[in-house]
Write a protein that binds this ligand. Structure first.
Ligand code: HEC
Ligand code: HEC
Length: 640
């Protein structure tokens, strides 16, 4: 006779076999109860965000109160730092949901801006946590300003927070916001970009990172079930990041290690986790070209930035042909009135597409390598479209001194050119050889002068393991103590602003007219204020210039818009003295911090070594072997 326990055992076994028959393993049966469903995880993230916002508001209230009653500096600073830490915990979602509000009211650069979208020039004075960072850590406190700024911040938050708390998040938002925050942390946060006074950049990055980690943990159990290694990668990246941030001080923090152990692994793994969980992604929609490629695996991957977004050229099966045609045009002096000059006269491939002269026309010729990665072109940011760039050159009396009509007529004298245009623009025969197609082909060529293949890039993304010793030190200085990376942003090391990479900055450095280390006079070029764009006519754009890339600077001397400096050592000397201010030029609206950087000679040498490791123009250094023949103008065939 079967005992009761036997029966029980039998029942248990039969259930077990039944379940196994349904594809469930013993392991699953014995596993702890299932993790909260994804919706529950999301609700937790949402709840955390609400709590973080409440805490932020309370802290800022306390801060404003303390400022109003004239509390001692130490109290104010503590409250300031605490407010910023709370801000950093909500930052990823605040920035994701309302980047404009954050920039304008909460944590924008402490610089005046122009009101966007209004016909007249309206200057908006800066407000928010960055302004406060300078005020709270100034040598002597301006209680009036502190009181006003904290009150304003509090008032703004009382309006913004209920709105934010009412927003319904989706999984997609959480993952994309987290990825953006990783980029923000590496490119801005740890450079001290938004902590000009307190330099509390590392504790702040830690606060952001820990919040992202806590958010991830909820999802992690689900990720681990599908791909345990992926989950482990993500957890390790968070852990390593925390370790690095906890022990370091601002000047010695190893930013390259942070990139390789934390930022890049997260950048690569978060979208994979997102896909694994079946969460929709912007990357799924190929039609939406965005500045940042959602699937790039490193900040220094060649496809981290999406060139299609910037060049605004329509994608077509003819791209390769148009680029090849553009290359011929770029090197062809037939485009200039006297057949004496081509684009390549001033943009020589063997000099990373510069010309080695101080001034080529009015200004120094900038490199064209990676020039596509910009929202605006030229030192004064006057042009938005790459394909319209050619127009400036063609018409200029000092350049091609001609017009598109003549160029078109000339090119028609060559059967080779006509065939090339007919073929490259076969889909638009009405424009085959036209002003438009000439510019379009040139733009295709220039847009494809792309780098991201220097020794530094290859090391950073883990392709090689050799790096000159000075480079690591130089990079950390560049991104930290010397503050270069807070204007020359990674990865282009130009003024293209992360983490959205949609906007180019111009800056006022006080570049002198001639090399003088005291009593210098500012270079008379008015810069952006004279760009011809009405909205640029604001006092703080006087002497403002586009922040150029420092990639390939080994061969782009002389430097600055007027080519004033012949060597990188001179450039470093200029910065180390506090720019114009340090050499006798007083521009009140200089955006480069006035203080000397206090860099030692070996430190400056390391920064130069780092910049030298950003050299990759050689892969682009070639010219067409021959230019098209002109059957009807034999005398032009000797041109070069
Ligand atoms: C006479 C010398 C000269 C010639 C010829 C010339 N350029 Fe330039 N180029 C310059 C200078 C100088 C600048 C910067 C001007 C400024 O910022 O105001 C510049 C700027 C540019 C820029 C903007 C780069 C940036 O990052 O903002 C592009 C693109 C460019 N040139 C492409 C071309 C093309 C294409 C041609 C041929 C159609 C050409 N250039 C011919 C001197 C020249
Ligand atoms: C406040 C923003 C800012 C900071 C900080 C800054 N730069 Fe610049 N940098 C610029 C701007 C703007 C230009 C162009 C100025 C001009 O042409 O008049 C420039 C130009 C340069 C150039 C010349 C590039 C060329 O092709 O002519 C080099 C090299 C350079 N910077 C290196 C550095 C280094 C190294 C540091 C840190 C010590 C640094 N920059 C810090 C904004 C900045």
């Amino acid at each position: 006779m079967r005992t009761l326990t036997d029966l029980g055992r039998f029942a248990a076994f039969s259930t077990l076999f039944l379940l196994l028959g349904h594809g469930l393993s013993v392991r699953n049966l014995l596993a702890p109860p299932p993790e909260p469903r994804l919706e529950v995880v999301l609700a937790g993230v949402q709840q955390q965000f609400r709590t973080d916002l409440d805490t932020l508001l309370l802290t800022v209230a306390e801060y404003a109160e303390a400022a109003a009653v004239g509390a001692p500096a130490s109290t104010l600073r503590t409250l300031h730092l605490r407010s910023r830490l709370h801000f950093k915990r909500c930052e990823y979602l605040l920035e994701y949901i309302e980047p404009e509000t954050v920039k304008r009211y909460l944590n924008g650069a402490p610089l005046p801006k122009i009101e966007p979208g209004v016909p007249e020039v309206v200057v908006v004075e800066p407000v928010g946590l960055q302004v406060l960072d300078e005020l709270a850590f100034a040598d002597s406190l301006d209680y009036g300003a502190l009181g006003e700024q904290t009150r304003l911040l509090y008032r703004t938050l009382t309006k913004v927070i209920p709105y934010m708390q009412g927003r319904r998040l989706q999984h997609r938002h959480v993952f994309e916001a987290a990825r953006e925050e990783v980029i923000r942390m590496f490119t801005l946060g740890v450079t001290g970009f938004d902590t000009p006074g307190s330099i509390a950049a590392l504790p702040e990055a830690l606060a952001s990172l820990e919040r992202l980690e806590a958010v991830y943990i909820g999802y992690g159990a689900h990720v681990a079930r599908g791909d345990a290694a992926l989950d482990e990668t993500i957890r390790t990246a968070f852990r390593e990041g925390r370790k690095l941030l906890r022990v370091a001080d601002f000047d010695t923090f190893d930013r390259l290690a942070f990139l390789q152990l934390t930022a890049d692994p997260l950048l690569a793994a978060l979208p994979r986790a997102q896909a694994l969980l079946g969460i929709e992604s912007v990357a799924d929609d190929k039609r939406l070209a965005r500045p940042v490629n959602q699937l790039a695996t490193s900040l220094f991957a060649p496809d981290f930035l999406n060139a299609d977004y910037y060049d605004r050229l329509s994608d077509s099966p003819y791209d390769a042909e148009r680029r090849a045609l553009g290359e011929l045009l770029f090197f062809d002096p037939v485009l200039s009135e006297e057949l004496s000059m081509s684009c390549a006269s001033c943009h020589r491939p063997e000099l990373a597409f510069t010309d080695g002269k101080a001034l080529s026309v009015r200004r120094n010729a900038p490199t064209l390598v990676n020039s596509v990665y910009a929202e605006r072109y030229f030192y004064d940011l006057r042009e938005e479209f790459l394909e319209r760039q050619a127009r400036h050159v063609v018409m200029d009396a000092h350049e091609f001194a001609t017009d598109f009509g003549s160029i078109e007529a000339r090119l028609r004298q060559s059967d080779t050119y006509r065939l090339l245009f007919d073929s490259a623009y076969a889909d638009q025969p009405q424009y085959a050889l036209s002003a438009w197609s000439v510019s379009d082909a040139l733009a295709h060529y220039v847009s494809n002068l792309r780098g991201f293949d220097s020794a530094f890039d290859r090391y950073a993304r883990g392709e090689t393991e050799v790096l000159e010793p000075g480079v690591r030190r130089g990079f950390n200085l560049f991104m930290g103590k010397a503050a270069c990376g807070s204007c020359h942003f990674a990865p282009t090391f130009s003024g293209l602003v992360p983490p959205f990479y949609r906007e180019n900055e111009s800056e006022v450095l006080g570049v002198p007219a001639a090399v003088r280390w005291e009593g210098a006079a500012v270079d008379p070029d008015p810069g952006r204020i004279a760009s011809g764009r009405p909205e640029d006519e604001a006092y703080f754009h006087a002497y403002a210039f586009k922040t150029p890339t420092v990639r390939n600077v080994t061969v782009t001397a002389p430097y600055m818009h007027n080519g004033v400096y012949l060597t990188l050592a001179e450039v470093l000397d200029f910065y180390n003295r506090g720019g114009g201010k340090g050499i006798g030029i007083y521009l009140e609206h200089q955006t480069l911090p006035f203080d000397s950087l206090g860099l030692t000679a070996p430190e400056m040498a390391d920064i130069v070594t780092f910049m030298e490791s950003l050299t990759d123009y050689k892969q682009l250094d070639h010219r067409p072997t021959e230019l098209p023949r002109f059957e009807r103008r034999a005398e032009w065939n000797g041109r070069n």
